[in-house]
Design a protein around this ligand. Structure first.
Ligand code: TGC
Length: 400
């Protein structure tokens, strides 16, 4: 690629990113910028014009799945089996762009790739990988991840879903809750207690005894669907178990992947809210001049931009550590906790600049803030990540 083209690429990217005060893009490679810009263009052209409608209709737009697959975003950080084999940083950059569109869109990619595909890729048999990963990467099969239960959220060790052996078969009974896209999924990775501890199972959702019911109405993540799954005497062959992991480290190893993506994604939502408020502040006149010309508005915008810049730097640092194979779980908690917390504050502050117009679906900040209520709750609440970090700092666990 010619130097002129590289520089044009960088300029094009910077030109559409008014929150970037620190030349963040100079930290990215040409390939990373190109990938980021491809996803940004997709979100600008295919998500943003439609998101208010999908949000109002409370539906996940299944029609975008082929395009997400074409962009290589489904299981993009996995290697082989039709997956794109991207880096952690590339995955993070994509997550940020998708969540600038809506948390529901990023969540789909995250549940599909970081949770369901990742579980099969990390812990599955060769047959399970061959059967599920290629169609999932191609968007022909959708996956979900069943860990949380009605009475076991922050503490998955309290799960009561049980898989008992019946000859060579397994028979599952129990209830899972808050499971993204379970009603449209073709396959569910279900975690269940067994006589020998927690195991994962690959469950085709057409198996008799599997029912997924959307939880509604919701005030958050409306362009996504979360379900309650009922498992009633659901019979599986011996080969359905994930053979290569036993215990809670199985699901937690997948949550590491998804939590990492959230550290990036939330900053995408924050950036989009900031950009909406910035643009509005330049146009909206009050007391005879644009809101942007008032010191209180500028202070809000500057504080938002500072946190966005810091949040992206943190996410990038975590991504570089991950690509070097050095990222530790507590460091993911730093990113998940900090960036969710800051993003929700930024989106709420952005809404104040929009005044009354900020409560309509014409503007993104309140939609993002509402979504982020879910994002700060799933895959480890603020409280859980605080305690993970508290334990790291003090050496004392305070969960129980
Ligand atoms: P603990 O005794 O600490 O650990 C049990 C085993 O797991 C290992 N482990 C990890 N392994 C890899 N990565 C991590 N981050 C790990 N954390 C723990 C640990 O070494 C141990 O292994 P071993 O070999 O000794 O057995 O477990 P604990 O029960 O004390 O739990 C601690 C705590 C509170 C941190 C954990 O329970 C936790 O993270 N809770 C939060 C649960 C959570 O995030 N749930 C999210 C559910 S999934 C979801 O929300 C999907 S949303 C997307 C959608 O479907 O829409």
């Amino acid at each position: 690629m010619s130097l002129a083209l590289i520089s044009a690429d960088r300029e094009a990217a910077a030109a559409v990113d008014p929150s970037d005060l620190i030349s963040f893009d100079s930290l990215l490679s040409t390939e990373e910028l190109a990938l980021r810009n491809r996803v940004r263009t997709f979100v600008r052209e295919d998500i943003k014009p439609n998101i208010a409608k999908w949000y109002e209709e409370a539906r996940f737009p299944l029609e975008i799945v082929p395009e997400l697959a074409k962009l290589g975003l489904l299981g993009m950080h996995l290697k082989g089996y039709g997956c794109a084999g991207g880096t952690a940083v590339e995955y993070g950059l994509a997550a940020a762009e998708l969540e600038a569109g809506d948390s529901g869109i990023r969540t789909f990619v995250s549940v599909q790739g970081s949770l369901a595909m990742s579980a099969i890729s990390k812990h599955g048999s060769e047959e399970q990988k061959q059967e599920w990963l290629p169609p999932m990467a191609a968007g022909e099969a959708i996956g979900c991840f069943g860990l949380t239960e009605p009475t076991a959220g922050s503490d998955p060790s309290a799960m009561t879903t049980f898989a008992r052996r019946d000859g060579r078969d397994w028979v599952l009974n129990g209830t899972k809750r808050w499971i993204g896209l379970a009603n449209v999924a073709h396959v569910a990775v279900i975690w269940a207690q067994t006589d020998t501890g927690v195991r994962g199972f690959v469950v085709p959702t057409g198996t008799p005894g599997f029912t997924a019911t959307p939880i509604e109405p919701k005030l958050s993540m409306r362009a996504s669907v979360q379900c309650e799954i009922s498992l009633e005497n659901l019979r599986l062959p011996a080969e359905a178990v994930l053979p290569n992991v036993a215990g809670l480290k199985g699901p937690f190893s997948c949550l590491n992947e998804a939590r990492y993506g959230i550290a990036w994604g939330t900053m995408g939502a924050a950036r989009d809210a900031f950009e909406d408020a910035l643009a509005y502040s330049k146009e909206r006149l009050q007391f005879g001049r644009p809101l942007a010309g008032y010191q209180l508005t500028q202070q809000k915008l500057v504080n938002m931009a500072l946190e966005i810049n810091k949040g992206f730097l943190l996410a990038l640092h975590l991504g570089r550590l991950k690509d070097a194979g050095k990222l530790q779980p507590h460091q993911i908690s730093v990113g998940k906790l900090n960036n969710c917390r800051e993003a929700i504050d930024i989106c709420r502050e952005a809404r104040t600049i929009l005044g009354g117009n900020g409560i309509t679906l014409e503007h993104s900040p309140l939609r993002h803030a509402n979504n982020l209520e879910s994002v700060r709750t799933y895959e480890g609440t603020d409280e859980i990540h605080t305690l993970i970090l508290g334990q790291k700092l003090t050496g004392v666990g305070a969960f129980r």
